[in-house]
Design a protein around this ligand. Structure first.
Ligand code: BGC
Length: 247
């Protein structure tokens, strides 16, 4: 219930799926949460109640990220937890056919967005005496996924950035971890199914547990990584994927 009592957190990409579930769980556990998204942040904050503040940002925009951090420290006086969750799926095509501008777009949001979050979030966490950064990677960071070169490149790099920054700031008590979700039942995955029940069933069969994960199951891991119970956990990239990477 009170596992994040008194903590100040930012979660990006709170408009749907995993980000929304994380923001909800953090509020339920007593945190004050800044919900940040490219659209709909105000509505999301209103739903989550008085412990939340809305921020409309594009994560690939440096000025937006700086404003998000500033809003948080001005409003709450500190920052304890930053979840760099916002990301996009990529258009599908084999590597030789992959559109350059689509590659750049996915890298800008999924990779540069996380970099900027860390770059401007770390000083605020240091000023608070330490904290926890959680970056959303993917099982597509750990194994190849045909036709998803931009997505796999972006998510693989998220892990490397997480490990690098974890080493840089370990001594200063800023922990950095990545979560690698498997196939999670979110609007993003629903878009891949094209709304077809048969496609949904195929997605459900991908993981050894023979079902998709839920956003809440990712939020539970984010909660653990954010909380003081994870005080000795840094530099990890943890699959939450129903056994997918054990195969
Ligand atoms: C939502 C579900 C929805 C699913 C697929 C999840 O994030 O919680 O209500 O059915 O995404 O769109």
């Amino acid at each position: 219930m009170d596992r994040l009592k008194g903590k100040i957190a930012i979660v990006t990409g709170t408009g749907s799926g995993i980000g929304r579930a994380i923001a909800q769980r953090f509020v339920d556990e007593g945190a004050s949460v800044v919900v940040a998204d490219i659209a709909g942040a105000e509505e999301e904050a209103a739903k989550l109640g008085k412990a939340t503040v809305a921020c409309t940002i594009g994560v690939s925009c440096s000025a937006d990220i700086q404003a998000m951090i500033r809003t948080t420290t001005e409003r709450f006086g500190r920052l304890d937890i930053l979840v760099n969750n916002a990301g996009v799926e990529s258009k599908q095509a084999p590597t030789a056919d992959y559109a350059e501008d689509e590659f750049d777009r996915v890298i800008a949001i999924n990779l540069r967005g996380v970099f900027l979050g860390m770059q401007y979030g770390i000083p605020a966490l240091l000023a608070s005496g330490g904290g926890s950064i959680i970056n959303m990677a993917s099982i597509a960071a750990l194994v190849g996924f045909p036709t998803a070169v931009a997505y796999t490149a972006s998510k693989g790099s998220v892990i490397q950035m997480t490990k690098t920054a974890a080493l840089e700031y370990a001594i200063q008590n800023v922990r950095m971890n990545a979560i690698c979700p498997g196939v999670i039942w979110t609007p993003m995955v629903e878009r891949f199914t094209g709304g077809s029940a048969a496609a949904r069933e195929q997605f459900a069969q991908i993981e050894p547990v023979k079902r998709m994960g839920t956003p809440k199951e990712i939020a539970a891991m984010a909660l653990f990584m954010a909380s003081d119970e994870a005080s000795f956990v840094t530099g990890t990239a943890l699959p939450v994927a129903g056994g997918y990477v054990a195969q």
